[in-house]
Design a protein. Structure first.
Length: 170
């Protein structure tokens, strides 16, 4: 299902378990935040087509953290540069998030759900991955999770001036 959030921003969510995927159009470029799970692949391709785009048109992919429900479709975006935190991603195919153009995005390190979890602030929109949801916070009972780090990350987010929250799951 597609939800239009702003003129240049759409949320894609799925019937089967997977993260929300966000499509952001900036000038003539398309950027994806998180890719959903492999279970969502066909539905993701269909929804991208409904938005008059396809994986070949995606220039950048940003991953909020390294869990299968957020990274399952990376290989669809063959022409895109893929970014993630070096704390979560050791693959040379995934570029360090520090290399992303900071002019457009503020990267906020938010460990807790994972060691390398990040949130992304773009204008007044906060893409929070699994750190912060509309009705709660991400799990900290998984391997590599930390309740103490999550508490610190949430304090950091309280100070951020955003108007729209785009979480990893609805």
């Amino acid at each position: 299902m597609i939800n239009k959030i702003k003129e240049d921003l759409w949320q894609i969510n799925f019937k089967l378990f997977g993260s929300c995927v966000y499509l952001l159009k900036k000038d003539k470029e398309f950027l994806i935040i998180d890719t959903g799970s492999e279970w969502n692949r066909e539905e993701l391709l269909s929804e991208l087509k409904n938005l008059e785009t396809n994986p070949e048109k995606i220039n950048k992919v940003i991953l909020t953290h390294n869990h299968f429900d957020h990274t399952g479709n990376i290989n669809l975006f063959k022409k895109a540069k893929v970014y993630g935190s070096k704390e979560d991603f050791k693959s040379k195919k995934i570029l360090d998030i520090e290399l992303l153009n900071k002019e457009d995005f503020k990267i906020i390190k938010t460990p807790g759900h994972t060691k390398g979890g990040i949130c992304i602030l773009h204008k007044n929109v906060l893409f929070s991955g699994d750190t912060l949801f509309h009705r709660g916070v991400g799990r900290t009972d998984l391997p590599n999770s930390s309740p103490d780090e999550m508490a610190d990350s949430l304090k950091k987010l309280e100070k951020i001036g955003y108007k729209i929250l785009c979480p990893g799951h609805i």
